[in-house]
Design a protein around this ligand. Structure first.
Ligand code: DC
Length: 220
């Protein structure tokens, strides 16, 4: 039986998470937030006080970690039984995730965990290398981006709403540093798949992006 896959790749802050989650819900398909896998590893490393230069320790934590996803209105993620949803979205978690995601062996260890999300009736997969590496045969591929300034502004608003006090300059420079690391790494860098549709969400609302993505899915 053919299981349709829709991949949505792009840099952080382009709106991939919100768009993917809503599109998956509307289609009734499974949802893979691949960034959360790298973020969960980052949390496990912090909790175990692992030195980021110690590749063997990082790999053994990556192999051993048990992740459970509960998708209600919001995504709840459990790492070895512990709810880590609150820590998943922090800047520290994102930065460490981006650092360890550049290690080829780490990506290899986390490969199968991501492929396992492909189950009937379909999958929406969100990340950096969903259409290029993890699901190269995906039925529909989207590359969703926005200008760095727009992404920084959105991220800044999100953090302020959560009561986290940061400056827009700090967010912009962190976003630029993360983009650079994700694009420049030698393994599975952030890149548009040749057969992906490019969407720049800088001047679009989330609803417009969702409608555009849904229009790509053949009538069910
Ligand atoms: O999408 P995100 O911000 O939650 O991802 C956090 C980091 O994880 C990102 O900076 C790079 C890494 N990542 C990756 O390398 N490959 C993916 N498919 C998803 C995320």
């Amino acid at each position: 039986m053919h299981i349709p896959v829709l991949t949505i790749d792009g840099p952080s802050g382009a709106g991939k998470g919100t768009v993917s989650r809503i599109v998956a819900k509307k289609l009734g398909w499974n949802y893979l937030d691949s960034g959360s896998i790298y973020r969960s590893l980052a949390i496990a490393l912090l909790q175990n006080e692992i030195d980021l230069s110690n590749i063997n320790e990082i790999l053994s934590i990556a192999q051993a970690m048990e992740l459970a996803y509960e998708c209600d209105d919001e995504l709840v993620v459990k790492l070895d039984g512990q709810d880590i949803t609150a820590e998943l979205g922090t800047e520290t978690t994102g930065n460490i995730a981006s650092i360890v995601a550049a290690v080829p062996e780490v990506r290899r260890v986390l490969l199968q965990k991501q492929k396992d999300f492909k189950r009937p009736p379909g999958l929406v997969a969100d990340g950096r290398d969903m259409g290029t590496v993890i699901f190269p045969d995906a039925d529909i591929k989207v590359f969703l981006t926005a200008s760095a300034a727009k992404r920084a502004e959105r991220r800044y608003k999100q953090l302020m709403e959560k009561g986290i006090d940061v400056s827009i300059e700090q967010i912009t420079s962190e976003i630029e540093a993360r983009d650079c690391r994700d694009k420049e790494r030698t393994i599975a860098p952030l890149a548009q798949a040749e057969d992906a549709l490019f969407i720049d969400s800088s001047a679009m609302t989330i609803d417009e992006v969702i409608a555009r993505v849904l229009s790509l899915v053949p009538q069910r």
